[in-house]
Design a protein around this ligand. Structure first.
Ligand code: PGA
Length: 255
């Protein structure tokens, strides 16, 4: 059953790397991952790096994703970028609902309910991020939070397209903190998310890829990626160096 789900290792660069730095990185990354089999690889880059990365990664196994988008194809939305613009530039996917966007830029579940199907309609793979805060976990509110996010954010995605969405479980307390979820915590939350997708569609639950994110590093990746319901990782800090990111890709392929 899990064998049917190819793991995805996605690097979330956040607001790092000028075009020159991105070029140096991709030239270092491509040879390091070219012979690794059994895992999909994506780099989620700032808008300004998209075209250069699409050009440099063309013909390789590395896909290039954006980190946010508006849901409309065009319009009077100053400062925004549309799904159409992303697919036009050659991006293959987009991170949606990252907790930094939810917490610092007011991204709502209502907006995500529009963005996720808009990404799919534009031929982009959405990586939908969900996860609880530290106090929600302490108050045993994790299940409620995940249930609400999965329900609200996927409400407009038809059952037959659920497997085209990638979900990233990112406990907010583990992002950029060096505090990684224990394997038990990661497995339990991700199995719970899979069951929530199963409430919509049993078949989709078996096919949908669910990643873990939050302080994934080269030295803890193998343990997390070996968990039965974990289908890859969304990697922030450790994705910024080609070497450590390639090691994580290797750990996914070896699982
Ligand atoms: P981190 O970030 O790996 O640096 O914790 C993960 C993320 O924000 O996606």
């Amino acid at each position: 059953m899990t064998a049917a789900r190819t793991p995805l290792i996605a690097g979330n660069w956040k607001m790092y790397k000028t075009e020159r730095e991105a070029e140096d990185y991709i030239q270092a990354l491509l040879p390091r991952v070219s012979s690794i089999d059994g895992a999909d690889v994506a780099v989620c880059v700032p808008f300004t790096d998209l075209r250069a990365m699409v050009d440099s990664a063309r013909g390789s196994r590395v896909e290039v994703y954006a980190q946010n988008m508006h849901h409309e194809p065009e319009g009077a939305f100053t400062g925004e970028v549309s799904p159409l613009m992303l697919s036009d530039v050659g991006a293959q996917g987009v991170v949606l609902g990252h907790s930094e966007r939810r917490e610092q830029f007011g991204e709502t579940d209502r907006a995500l309910a529009l963005k996720v199907p808009a990404a799919l309609a534009a031929g982009l793979t959405p990586i939908l991020c969900v996860g609880e805060t530290e106090s929600e976990r302490e108050n045993e509110d994790t299940d409620r939070k995940l249930r609400q996010q999965i329900k609200d954010d996927l409400v407009n995605v038809p059952s037959e397209r659920l497997t085209d969405v990638v979900i990233a479980y990112e406990p907010i307390w583990a992002i950029g903190t060096g505090k990684v979820a224990t394997p038990e915590q990661a497995q339990e939350a991700i199995a719970f998310i899979r069951a929530l997708v199963g409430d919509r569609d049993a078949q989709a639950a078996q096919g949908v890829r669910i990643l873990y994110g939050g302080s994934v590093k080269a030295d803890n990746a193998a343990e997390l990626l070996a968990l039965p319901d974990v289908d890859g990782a969304l990697v922030g800090g450790a994705s910024l160096q080609a070497d450590s990111f390639a090691q994580i890709v290797g750990a996914a392929a070896a699982r």
